[in-house]
Design a protein around this ligand. Structure first.
Ligand SMILES: [Zn+2]
Length: 409
């Protein structure tokens, strides 16, 4: 049993400390962990004798994965673009043919809430079947008032209708929508719509906890990103940021300046960005699924970030354009082989550190008394086999608040 006990977030060497208990047991009461430790001790407790028993002998037990970066609600896959990319089409060529994020925007705007909800719900079941118990979900494929509110309302509805916890993020600043393109002032007018109207509307309706911005070539400039994050903060939305994915824009420094909860992607960071993150509380969230799916060779410098002392987390970036996966175990495999993280570091990055980036580390992310009984069980003998097997699902059981939400047949 990997308890991940101790304080979060974890930096440097402490990412390797999984708090392993051999022959462990967890006692759950009312959805929370009432006791955790060696089975011989836990089983002696009076409450344990009356408890319903789930025998997981011979398997590995750990906190449920926290997937801190997803674009959950979208209308359709972009499999056609996937094929075009494999055949050598550039991102710009695909965009000219009506592809890219704007392709997803067009599809989302014409989709019904019912269809979007059905598709998100199916995805959530797949997340659960891979050991994930909490996700963050971003809007950003609507990019007009009605469609963005539609996505965020779905986050809220799904939170109450199915077991996986959803932390909602407003990403109106994903790209400039089509109706604001082609005019010199268009992008700034869209930013003004976000800061003066949509962000206050989202916040006053309690539709998001976080405000995110895609600061990169072809998306938003540093100055525009600053306006969006500042408007978010004025409305009590905590900043997150898509930073240094395609080009280095200085978005990491902006994230640190704003005390962002998380700074995500980071393929293009330089050494001063790494130092700034290491000295901050901002989590460096790495998304290797994205580079893998796009066939890119440059992954984020995880080793340098960890060795410098940054708080590193891992997430799927589940989205139809660049990372169509709900599997945290697959992300762990990529973190090990491509980012050179050890299996222990990858597990810490996907549990307690990811929980910290969502402001939930006192409730989830480790197995400790008083925390939610969010638990994943894998059909493996050694935790290193979770990333070692790739492209196959070894998850055996997933529990959310003490309830079984997935069991292998
Ligand atoms: Zn993203």
């Amino acid at each position: 049993m990997l308890t991940l006990r101790g304080r979060g977030p974890r930096r440097g060497n402490s990412l390797s400390q999984l708090g392993i208990v051999k022959d462990g047991a967890v006692l759950v009461r009312d959805g929370r962990i009432a006791a955790v430790g060696p089975a011989a001790k836990v089983e002696k407790l009076a409450a344990a004798r009356k408890a319903e028993r789930v025998d997981v002998a011979g398997r590995v037990v750990l906190p449920g994965f926290v997937d801190s970066h997803t674009h959950l609600v979208h209308a359709a896959s972009r499999a056609q673009e996937y094929e075009l990319k494999i055949q050598g089409a550039s991102y710009e060529e695909i965009a000219r043919k009506g592809g890219g994020i704007l392709n997803s925007v067009a599809k989302l705007r014409s989709a019904t809430s019912q269809h979007l909800k059905w598709s998100a719900r199916s995805a959530l079941e797949v997340f659960a079947s891979h050991g994930t118990t909490t996700i963050e979900a971003k809007s950003g494929y609507g990019l007009d008032v009605a469609s963005e509110l539609k996505i965020l309302s779905l986050h809220k509805e799904l939170s109450s209708e199915q077991p996986i916890e959803i932390a909602s993020t407003f990403l109106g600043a994903h790209v400039v929508p089509p109706e604001f393109r082609g005019k010199a002032r268009g992008p700034d007018e869209y930013v003004k719509l976000l800061t003066d109207w949509l962000i206050p509307e989202v916040a006053s309706n309690g539709l998001a906890e976080f405000c995110d911005v895609f600061c990169d070539r072809g998306a938003f400039s540093r100055a525009q990103s600053k306006q969006v994050l500042a408007a978010g903060l004025r409305n009590k939305l905590v900043p997150r940021i898509h930073a240094e994915q395609l080009t280095r824009t200085g978005a990491t420094q902006l994230a640190v300046e704003f005390g962002a909860a998380s700074c995500d992607h980071l393929e293009q960071v330089n050494s001063s960005d790494i130092r700034a993150l290491a000295k901050s509380e901002t989590v460096a969230t790495l998304l290797p699924g994205c580079d893998f799916h796009l066939g890119l060779k440059q992954y984020a410098p995880a080793r340098k970030l960890i060795d410098a002392g940054a708080v590193v987390a891992l997430a799927t970036d589940y989205n139809p354009g660049t990372s169509p996966t709900m599997s945290m175990p697959m992300i762990l495999s990529l973190a090990c082989t491509q980012l050179r993280m050890t299996p222990a570091e990858a597990i810490t990055a996907s549990t307690i550190n990811a929980a910290y980036s969502l402001g939930r580390h006192s409730r989830i992310g480790s197995l400790a008394v008083g925390k939610q009984a969010d638990i994943a069980v894998f059909e493996v003998e050694d935790y290193r086999e979770i990333p070692y097997y790739f492209g196959v699902n070894t998850c055996w059981l997933t529990m959310k608040n003490g309830q079984v939400i997935y069991a292998a047949a």
